[in-house]
Design a protein around this ligand. Structure first.
Ligand code: 4AD
Ligand code: MG
Length: 436
């Protein structure tokens, strides 16, 4: 058999019953194996699933049988055989092998049962083959596909932001600095400032790119490198911004539940939970959240930021996400517009996911008038020279606009009901890990 040939069958297309009694060729990796006497059971894995293959010495010959029974977990191989319906086999079908060929025998696989989380992170490059991570990577792909699809249907353009920048978007404390040909520059925390420039050309845009945060904390929801979906829209208000977000979240939740129920179930998320996500989401003003939290026993005062524990308390019993909006100006980003009808607060909205997953989106209406932006930057003691171009946007046909940033991994963590954000990305970067 030729490993590069195109006449191999995908395992998933056998498990639907269409290949019963037909001769097929499979290629993949050994998931499990067990030999007794002249019979070897190999469970073969490919990207679409796993399948039990019965290899009989009489049927394949001495050498091929030795190859099959001597295979390690993860040995790559090709197996030819006939599909047989068999109620005892996982998936209901078994391959009765007529030929077996090893592609690469390799060495004994270093991952066994019950290994520590740290060890599994050390061998992440191999652990990615586990069923759990395979399923999560598939689900994440579908989630990002549907997000893009949602925006393309609504006539947004996808644009590419710079990753190396001079202008901190989200404050100095979480910047990764680098040496840019002898002068300091930073890895982007957000493409927002740049998409604000592009909307004067394309009106409705989104970015899907990595953002970097030198987060000093070790939590279940912070990565140092994450994927950031950032739509920005000319002529959008806070209200329109929130309506777009809730429509987007409902779209991706319903589409996942309708198209990928078995995958969600395999990961541990009941598709019915995602079908319950329905617009409109509740709008909870910050000023109302504070007394609610005080009643729950939190020592929080108006003017203080809402942390992870508070977010957990606000969302643990919910089925739908909730918008926490109109935060005090003091701790929010410099570019957020003050609410003319509620001075002292900004037109901000964070979307908090249900069941305690916490903030998945941060968005706002932006300051679009020159004087207001110049004054705010002065108040916040920002170095204007690094933001000159950004401020200049307010001098040439500025328009009201709004946008938001969604953490793809945060969304995935919630939608798949995972305990930790690290499994939503193949190679997580956190405070104590940049390897492998
Ligand atoms: O709330 P943030 O900091 O907002 C911004 O960056 C805005 N400039 C976005 C915009 O309006 N275009 O980040 C937005 C989202 C958060 O709600 C969260 O989902 C995600 O980015 N995020 C992180 N995800 C994983 N690890 C981290 N360290 C994250 N920091 C933020
Ligand atoms: Mg935020």
């Amino acid at each position: 058999m030729d490993a590069l040939a195109t006449d191999f069958t995908k395992i998933s297309s056998i498990l639907d019953g269409s290949q019963n009694n037909k001769k097929v060729k499979l290629r993949g990796w050994v998931h499990r194996s067990r030999t007794s006497g002249g019979l070897c059971f190999l469970v073969l894995r490919d990207s679409s699933g796993t399948m039990q293959c019965a290899v009989k010495k009489d049927a394949v010959g001495e050498a091929a049988f030795a190859a099959a029974s001597g295979a390690f977990i993860e040995t790559s191989m090709m197996i030819e055989g006939t599909v047989k319906e068999d109620k005892r086999a996982p998936g209901g079908f078994e391959l009765s092998a007529s030929a077996v060929e090893v592609i690469s025998q390799g060495e004994p696989f270093p991952i066994g049962k019950d290994q520590s989380t740290e060890f599994l992170l050390d061998v992440r490059h191999l652990w990615l083959r586990s069923q759990k991570l395979t399923h999560i990577m598939q689900a994440r792909d579908y989630i990002t596909r549907y997000l893009r699809e949602f925006f393309f249907k609504d006539n947004f353009y996808e644009v590419a932001p710079p990753i190396v920048t001079k202008s901190a978007c989200e404050g100095g404390s979480t910047l990764f600095e680098l040496n840019y040909f002898g002068s300091p520059a930073y890895l982007s925390q957000s493409g927002q400032l740049y998409s604000e420039a592009v909307i004067a050309a394309l009106e409705k845009v989104f970015i899907l790119a990595p953002s970097f945060r030198a987060e000093p904390s070790r939590t279940v929801r912070h990565l140092a490198e994450y994927w950031h979906l950032e739509p920005e829209m000319a002529f959008y208000s806070q209200k329109m911004n929130m309506e777009l977000q809730e429509k987007m979240i409902e779209y991706v939740c319903h589409k996942m539940a309708r198209e990928h129920a078995p995958l969600l179930q395999a990961i541990g998320r009941d598709p019915a939970d995602l079908l319950q996500v329905k617009v409109p989401f509740e709008r909870l003003p910050y000023e109302k959240a504070i007394p609610m939290l005080q009643e729950l026993g939190f020592k929080i005062e108006w003017g203080q930021d809402v942390g992870a524990d508070e977010e957990f308390a606000l969302t643990k019993d919910r089925k739908n996400p909730v918008f926490l909006h109109n935060h005090p100006m003091g701790f929010k980003a410099f570019y957020m517009r003050e609410d003319p009808s509620k001075p002292g607060t900004v037109l901000s909205a964070d979307l908090l996911a249900p069941q305690g997953h916490g903030e998945i989106i941060g968005g706002s209406e932006r300051i679009w008038e020159y004087d207001e932006l110049a004054a705010r930057m002065k108040e916040q003691k920002m170095r204007e020279e690094d933001y000159k171009w950004y401020v200049e946007l307010r001098k040439y046909g500025s328009v009201p606009h709004a946008g938001f940033g969604l953490g793809v991994e945060r969304l995935t963590k919630w939608m798949l009901n995972l305990d930790h954000i690290r499994d939503t990305i193949p190679f997580p970067r956190v405070i104590n890990r940049v390897y492998p």
